[in-house]
Design a protein around this ligand. Structure first.
Ligand SMILES: *Cc1c(COP(=O)(O)O)cnc(C)c1O
Length: 421
């Protein structure tokens, strides 16, 4: 069961706020490292197992440096993310590019870095060959269509824009083989924020079955299978985290039977999880600015959806703790809002909380993935700082807050003076 206890006391946070004003996201290095090891150890039976951290979940090079030290690779799905990987010092098979609707320049950059390129469409084989040249290793992204039941967020696979159909993927490997590609991988990702551990075992089974078929039909050897991301986290109290040891044992049984049993070993297993790696270990810290009572009670924060979009976009639940009032009765019903001029700028709706007052410190849980990352500048709202609670208890700023000058950096006001209207 997910407990929603905090890693810091009110006193500690007050001390941090003296140096770094709210709002900010703060990440817990110790917990991230422990979780990374848990993930890796669960699959220690599989030689070559690798988790490629989906950097879009928290595109901060300091976090990536820590995860890299724990043996993780990086999963990129844009040019900027490849650039981040490069600036962290990553290259070769530490990087996987899983993008879609990909421009040639992005393929070029991936190839220059020696990254593993994961193709999203059969026409991209020729596109890649023509514009960049085919690398020695190519991975193809499989979309099982109606062979796999949908997950709530990604929806039915056949409606999703990603990946090759079953027929296309067999043809794709045949083409790659004829064009002289030497090493092959396969990828699929059909879920997002999925908490059912059996879902990932079923996904492995679908891929293993397909690998058997591909080998029979094309004669190639698939060297790695990337099971994607999409592992959920318990945002709500009472939900249960995905037991990766259980997932691993389930997959290992299938591996022994289907892969090793058919002479297809070794097959390296990869994941490209974001949420499950850092999600629970980040917190958005904000202060109550105003309390407003009209037809409802509103608690206005100094953070807004620019800092955390998930509740506004998906109606996602994020747990809220009021520092110093953890044990007070939750007698009041609030909409917890930001200041953005959109009525969906709310972190919570009808949430029972203790009586709130201006300057109360509010902690919004589970912002370590798809939190800071998704933010935007609509309405001139600025993105917050990111802090890291180090293992030794010290706090490092790993990204400063945006300023008004950052916001206006792409405009030239000097030219405005003489601009004829
Ligand atoms: C977003 C994404 C991920 C990570 O998803 P999580 O839910 O954070 O695990 C992995 N792979 C691809 C291709 C993605 O687009």
């Amino acid at each position: 069961m997910a407990d929603k206890h905090l890693i810091f006391s009110k006193k500690q946070i007050e001390k941090i706020i003296e140096t770094y004003p709210t709002p900010f996201h703060i990440y817990d290095e110790k917990a991230i490292r422990a979780n990374a090891r848990y993930f890796k150890n669960a699959f220690s039976w599989n030689e070559g197992f690798k988790e490629y951290y989906a950097i879009k979940a928290a595109p901060n090079p300091y976090l990536m440096k820590i995860l890299r030290e724990e043996g993780f690779g990086i999963d990129c799905s844009s040019t900027a993310e490849l650039e981040l990987a490069k600036r962290v010092g990553m290259s070769g098979n530490e990087i996987m590019l899983t993008s879609n609707d990909t421009p040639a320049s992005e393929f070029q950059m991936a190839k220059n870095l020696g990254a593993i390129i994961n193709l999203d469409d059969i026409l991209h084989i020729e596109y890649l060959e023509k514009n960049v040249g085919l690398p020695d290793t190519v991975c193809l992204r499989y979309n099982p269509g109606d062979l796999k039941k949908g997950n709530l967020i990604i929806g039915h696979p056949e409606e999703a824009k990603y990946g090759f159909t079953h027929g296309q993927i067999i043809e794709g490997y045949q083409m790659l083989k004829e064009k002289g590609v030497k090493h092959f991988g396969i990828h699929t990702m059909v879920a997002s924020n999925e908490l059912d551990p059996d879902y990932f075992i079923e996904t492995a089974e679908i891929l293993f079955k397909l690998i058997i078929e591909i080998t029979e039909k094309t004669g190639i050897h698939i060297e790695f299978a990337n099971l994607g991301g999409g592992i959920g986290i318990p945002y709500k109290p009472g939900q249960k985290a995905v037991d990766m040891e259980y997932v691993s044992i389930g997959i290992q049984k299938l591996y022994n039977k289907m892969i090793a049993g058919n002479g297809l070993a070794p097959l390296k297993l990869f994941f490209e999880s974001g949420r499950a790696i850092t999600g629970p270990y980040g917190y958005l810290v904000t202060k109550v600015r105003h309390i407003k009572k009209t037809y409802k009670q509103f608690a206005g924060m100094d953070a807004c959806m620019a800092n955390l979009m998930r509740p506004a976009i998906y109606g996602a639940y994020h747990h809220i703790t009021v520092l110093g009032k953890e044990n007070e009765p939750h007698t009041e019903k609030y909409d917890v809002t930001g200041s953005l001029c959109e009525n969906n700028d709310k972190f919570a709706i009808n949430r029972m909380l203790p009586v709130l007052e201006p300057d109360d410190i509010i902690v919004i849980h589970d912002t370590g993935a798809h939190g800071y990352a998704m933010g935007f500048n609509y309405n001139g709202k600025l993105k917050s700082a990111e802090l890291l609670l180090r293992e030794n208890g010290e706090v490092s700023q790993i990204r400063r807050a945006e300023t008004i000058d950052d916001y206006f950096a792409t405009l030239d006001f000097d030219l405005l003076k003489d601009f004829p209207v």
